[in-house]
Design a protein around this ligand. Structure first.
Ligand SMILES: NC(=O)c1ccc[n+]([C@@H]2O[C@H](COP(=O)([O-])OP(=O)(O)OC[C@H]3O[C@@H](n4cnc5c(N)ncnc54)[C@H](O)[C@@H]3O)[C@@H](O)[C@H]2O)c1
Length: 459
């Protein structure tokens, strides 16, 4: 729009005209309406790059006796992943990289204490990870660094012939989502997002119940990342050194995957259904400013910061099969931790935090009852097999170990991974898509079909 020429056209007018266009065109009209919105790709969001390479849907790892791992980033999360990996049989951690020498030395000590050989260490510069990725003795590179590094590091791993396992969210722009998809297809290497919440005890139990038809036909899910992170965001170490800055840059769902991954699994997203579009809305930003006013002394450089991200972001996702998902993000208000983790169908509903279930025709009538009665029948085999060690190691109640154990199992046994690059892209995409929708008065933002049609296949 020419700002001078149309200076009397308000934002509300623009939205009104977009709404009218959508109304007159029906569902198909949503996309022309949306396509006027510039995406972070600098292209129209519905433009999907044509496939240059074969799909990696269902692509199996080459089987191997030992899995050799290199790790980028050994702060809080990286060392937790390292501890789990060291507890899995036939896994060797051969190289470690972090810009903090102290972090690298702590990780080195962990590897040595476990009885493994001293790993190669990289801590010379922000781009020393490129040297780690060139090594011959690595099968998969784990990435647990701040979000801005996820994609450059994953690309370095893939382009050097390694598989990549990236922390969440895998990507923060649509362009980055596509870069991961295209690099995984081109290099024939997997890019797995480390969405540990898919491996929680309840999530896997409920997944089994969904597959057994306990909830009937699935119609709706709810997911969230509601976690009071204010102390961490304002800390002068760890995530406090980078994560708060994301709140200055973007107004959206900054961290969509923890809640969404399990619900995507319940709905067979990319395996029979797919996310089609979302609409999103943010509350005002008040939480970080209020926290700063109370806790940060005058004159601290943090007082120069302007926070943009609304405290509560709510998105509604529509799937190709017409199902709906409510997705929320709030890390700046004081309330108990909640990923919601709700799934609802024609025969019943499950809702977590705390876990509860209601099944049509159940004894006692229509009320929440305990999940415990279903555990004997539906406990997931992975938890039966590795649950004891997982609980002992403890990372997020054991889900972290189950995830790492399972990924290593897939690599050793030559299976396809549970989560591939299309999942990484589709579950990360609500970040940038909610940003677009919020900026355009909650206009619909379309998910690209990262699988290019392969989502229709059951797996
Ligand atoms: N899945 C989960 O449950 C979970 C939990 C916590 C964090 N995370 C994710 O893990 C990632 C890391 O988070 P964290 O809590 O460990 O943060 P952190 O700040 O504690 O650690 C990040 C580490 O990355 C290092 N680093 C930064 N730039 C680097 C570079 N260019 N090369 C090498 N190392 C570099 C830092 O020195 C630091 O040690 C984030 O993506 C976060 O979202 C996931």
């Amino acid at each position: 729009m020419d700002a001078k020429k149309d200076s009397n056209v308000t934002r509300r007018d623009l939205l009104k005209s977009a709404t009218v266009a959508m109304g007159s065109l029906g569902l198909a009209g949503l996309y022309p309406g949306h396509e006027t919105l510039a995406s972070p790709m600098g292209k129209r969001a519905s433009n999907e790059p044509s496939a240059k390479h074969d799909t990696v849907v269902g692509m199996k790892f080459a089987a191997r006796d030992v899995v050799r791992v290199g790790i980028l980033g050994v702060g809080g999360r990286g060392r937790s992943l390292l501890r789990d990996l060291l507890a899995v049989d036939s896994v060797q951690v051969t190289a470690i990289c972090d810009i903090g020498k102290d972090a690298v030395l702590k990780a080195q000590a962990m590897v040595e204490k476990s009885g493994q050989k001293t790993p190669a260490l990289y801590h010379n510069s922000e781009r020393d990870f490129e040297n780690l990725c060139k090594r011959e003795d690595i099968d998969i590179v784990y990435i647990a660094t701040p979000w801005t590094w996820h994609v450059p590091m994953a690309l370095a791993a893939l382009n050097n012939g390694k598989h990549a396992a990236v922390e969440v969210p895998a990507a923060t722009t649509m362009k980055e989502c596509w870069e991961l998809v295209e690099a995984s297809e081109k290099t024939r290497r997997h890019c797995v997002m480390l969405e540990n919440c898919c491996y929680g005890y309840n999530e896997m139990l409920v997944l089994n119940m969904v597959r057994a038809g306990v909830f009937g036909e699935i119609v709706h899910g709810e997911a969230a990342y509601i976690h009071n992170l204010r102390d961490i965001l304002f800390s002068n170490s760890g995530e406090g050194l980078w994560r708060r800055f994301e709140h200055l840059k973007r107004d959206c769902n900054l961290y969509p995957t923890h809640g969404l991954g399990p619900v995507a699994n319940y709905m067979n997203i990319n395996r029979g259904d797919r996310f089609e579009y979302l609409v999103s809305m943010s509350s005002p930003q008040v939480g970080l400013s209020a926290y700063r006013a109370k806790h940060v002394p005058a004159g601290d450089p943090k007082w120069k910061e302007t926070y943009r991200c609304g405290d509560m972001n709510t998105s509604l996702i529509k799937t190709a099969k017409g199902r709906t998902v409510m997705l929320q993000h709030d890390v700046t208000t004081p309330r108990p931790y909640d990923r919601i983790n709700l799934i609802s169908g024609t025969q019943g509903t499950f809702r977590d935090y705390p876990p509860r279930i209601c099944i049509d025709g159940q004894e006692g009538g229509e009320q929440w009852t305990t999940l415990d009665t279903y555990k004997a029948q539906y406990e997931h085999p992975l938890w039966k097999k590795a649950g004891e060690l997982a609980r002992k190691l403890g990372g997020h109640g054991g889900m972290d170990f189950i995830m790492n154990y399972r990924l290593m199992q897939c690599m050793k046994d030559g299976l396809a991974p549970d989560m591939d690059v299309y999942d990484a892209a589709a579950w990360s995409a609500p970040g940038p898509l909610s940003e677009m929708s919020v900026a355009q008065g909650s206009a619909p933002a379309k998910f690209p079909d990262f699988t290019r049609g392969r989502w229709k296949e059951a797996r």
